[in-house]
Design a protein around this ligand. Structure first.
Ligand code: FE
Ligand code: FE
Ligand code: ZN
Length: 295
């Protein structure tokens, strides 16, 4: 099973520190942001301790494909209102792809973003135009993975069909893939307890070959709520059994699964969640202990 979580990347160890954090969680995959998800301030790649990180990965037998990068939320390809915002987002995304390439990672997860008005073709069109505008600037070594969204507000990509519409409008579809987020899928109305059927639908609409990353999260909200609030594994509406089934499912065994579940009283729950999933044994007390140690 390829399982890990979001980890921070901070001074002074940067990427090497991220890998050490992930190893400490018992993970064999990880996801980082190249800087704060809310802004575009970025440390030059030369300072990120990339070689040290790569040799740590190698030492532990973890391929670089299991190091995922997530683009910051401020990149909003679906925003069609302000041309200046659009230009900045495009420029930043092209730079981000180059950073991911320098890091040696393969998959960059990207939210299609939020449009001006909900459910319109305009948002989808804008995402396509934005991505096509940087087509010549990006190579083929990094795959941009569009994330399935919960459908909150005017989010684009709230169904497999919408992701498919984006993909089919792209100049170089081979440069793109998909990241499936279980919380977002639940909130968008997909029954994750029928994972096989979801995969069949995914395969029919997008092809399973396009699936490169799974975000494994429980949800605070019922199916179809269009909310997007992540919950700890086994503590939400999707539930441990379903998430464990997804994590262990043979059809997606080769896909890295990344936890983006909330901290518990300021503490990362990932070591406990990873262990519970690996052992297929939910133990709420272990998560609550995290709680107690902190308070
Ligand atoms: Fe995301
Ligand atoms: Fe996600
Ligand atoms: Zn989310």
């Amino acid at each position: 099973m390829i399982l890990g979580s979001h980890v921070s990347m901070v001074s002074p160890e940067y990427l090497a520190g991220s890998v050490k954090t992930a190893l400490g969680y018992g993970a064999n995959a990880l996801m980082i942001y190249t800087g704060a998800p809310q802004n575009t301030k970025r440390v030059p790649v030369s300072k990120l301790k990339i070689e040290e990180a790569q040799s740590l990965m190698k030492e532990h037998g973890i391929p670089m494909e299991h190091m995922i990068v997530h683009a910051p939320y401020i990149i909003n390809p679906a925003n069609s209102t302000d041309e200046r915002v659009r230009d900045l987002a495009r420029q930043f995304l092209a730079e981000e792809v180059r950073r991911v390439s320098a890091i040696g990672a393969r998959y960059l997860v990207l939210h299609p973003g939020s449009a001006l008005a909900p459910g319109g073709e305009a948002g989808i069109r804008t995402v396509i135009d934005q991505l096509n505008a940087i087509d010549e600037e990006i190579g083929t070594d990094v795959i941009l993975c569009l994330e399935t969204m919960a459908g909150k507000g005017s989010e684009v990509g709230r169904s497999l069909e919408e992701i498919g519409q984006i993909l089919s409008g792209l100049k170089s579809p081979d440069k793109y893939g998909v990241c499936l987020d279980t919380c977002h899928m639940n909130d968008a109305g997909y029954a994750m307890d029928r994972y096989d059927e979801v995969l069949d639908e995914f395969d029919r609409i997008l092809s399973l070959e396009k699936l490169h990353v799974i975000h494994l999260n429980d949800s605070k909200n019922p199916i179809g709520a269009r909310k997007d609030r992540h919950e700890n594994i086994g503590c939400g509406t999707i539930g441990f059994e379903t998430l464990c089934n997804i994590a262990h499912h043979p059809r997606t065994a080769s896909i890295p699964k990344i936890l983006e579940t909330p901290f518990i009283h300021g503490r990362a729950p990932y070591a406990v969640e990873i262990d519970m999933i690996r052992r297929k044994k939910f133990d709420q007390a272990r998560l609550e202990e995290l709680n107690d140690e902190q308070s």
